[in-house]
Ligand binder design. Structure first.
Ligand code: ZN
Length: 367
């Protein structure tokens, strides 16, 4: 069997979504429907940015039995962090939760997905890093993206870094997909401009990689083309953060997630994972840094990407991999080459013939 022939051929999308300015107001009635079915608490994972932001917290309408766990997005999800949240919840909950809510960017939404799955499946986070290892439906889950681009609200994975093995890989499973998403673009009005650009570019890059890969299908291609179309409208516009553009980018993020749920990324993400694992860089800025070296592989996206960065006046860091120790280059190589599926999608099954240790290091040095 071809390595790319996996469960993504039979695709599960998010079951329900609601959208528009003010859509967050629908959250409590959606959770109330779950409370009729299960008497346990709702568990809210909320980006720590909202800890200071009372207006939004009030809209969550927390009951006294509910839990709120603030997630510091400075640290992307690790298997250890997920396990420690889980240990606490497993030992302190006396009833099954009625819902898990993830309100924030990719880090928060992915944390909520992982915890939801592990609340109904035994073991630890690392036991499920891979494809279709989750056996039971997780707790009913709702996503409320407050950043646009990663598509975590739509995908069938939740990316986690395993610091012990160096593996950055999620729980790819139908059970990882959210049951409900609330897309309220009023929530992205206060995102810092640079972060808005870096995160938005994740959607753009996912679809560039998917459309250039060997594993293609008509639905994935259609999702990808419309995502790129919306990203171009947003990032070639002078005011990328207008109300209309924030709504478009939220849709692009969702469609980009749907695209990647039926296909695979390519070269950018494995290199980006190397930067995250070894240098601790955030996923979205790491992708943008990798774009510095992508001219030979994705020439038209390369020039379009730099045009958009120029129009938006966003600076992408440079030269971060030029003077590292030899053991760091070794770790960068290992953390990149491990991503068998995306690299096969981009370069074919013999990708190691081209991506030798020297070649991988040369690409890192050119960023
Ligand atoms: Zn990504």
């Amino acid at each position: 069997m071809n390595i790319l022939d996996t469960g993504v051929k039979n695709v599960r999308n998010v079951v329900h979504f609601t959208m528009g300015n003010g859509a967050l107001n629908e959250l409590s009635s959606l959770i109330d429907k779950r409370r009729y079915l299960t008497s346990g608490p709702a568990i809210f994972f909320v980006d720590s940015y909202f800890n200071e932001n009372n207006i939004y917290l009030k809209k969550l309408n927390l009951r006294k039995e509910d839990r709120i766990i603030f997630i510091d997005a400075a640290n992307e999800p690790s298997t250890d962090a997920i396990d420690s949240i889980l240990l606490d919840l497993r030992s302190s909950l006396d009833k099954d939760p009625c819902a898990v809510v993830g309100m924030g960017g990719g880090t928060t939404m992915d944390t909520a997905k992982a915890v939801s799955n592990l609340l109904t499946n035994p073991g630890q986070a690392e036991d499920y890093q891979g494809w279709d290892l989750v056996k039971k439906q997780g707790v009913y889950k709702i996503a409320i993206p407050t950043l646009s681009g990663t598509g975590a609200e739509a995908t069938r994975t939740c990316v986690m870094t395993n610091k012990r093995t160096g593996l950055k890989l999620g729980m790819n499973s139908d059970f990882t997909v959210y049951d409900q998403i609330i897309m309220d673009h009023s929530l992205t009005a206060t995102v810092p401009r640079d972060q808005y650009f870096f995160t938005g570019m994740d959607a753009y890059i996912h679809c560039v990689e998917a459309l250039s890969g060997s594993y293609r299908n008509a639905i994935g291609d259609a999702f990808s083309r419309e995502t790129l179309n919306l990203c171009r409208q947003v990032f070639f516009d002078r005011d990328m953060m207008s109300d209309e553009n924030r709504e478009k980018l939220m849709v692009a993020s969702y469609l980009g997630g749907c695209s990647i749920a039926t296909s695979y990324v390519g070269l950018v993400h494995p290199f980006s994972a190397g930067l995250s694992v070894v240098l601790g860089l955030h996923h979205c800025i790491a992708n943008c840094i990798v774009m510095r070296a992508m001219k030979p592989f994705y020439p038209s996206a390369f020039s379009e990407f730099w045009d958009m960065a120029g129009i938006q006046g966003v600076t992408i860091p440079e030269g971060l991999c030029r003077n590292l120790k030899s053991e760091d280059y070794e770790r960068l190589y290992e953390a990149t080459i491990i991503h068998q599926k995306p690299l096969t999608n981009a370069l074919g099954v013999n990708y190691r013939d081209f991506l030798t240790r020297e070649k991988v290091i040369e690409i890192f040095k050119s960023m």
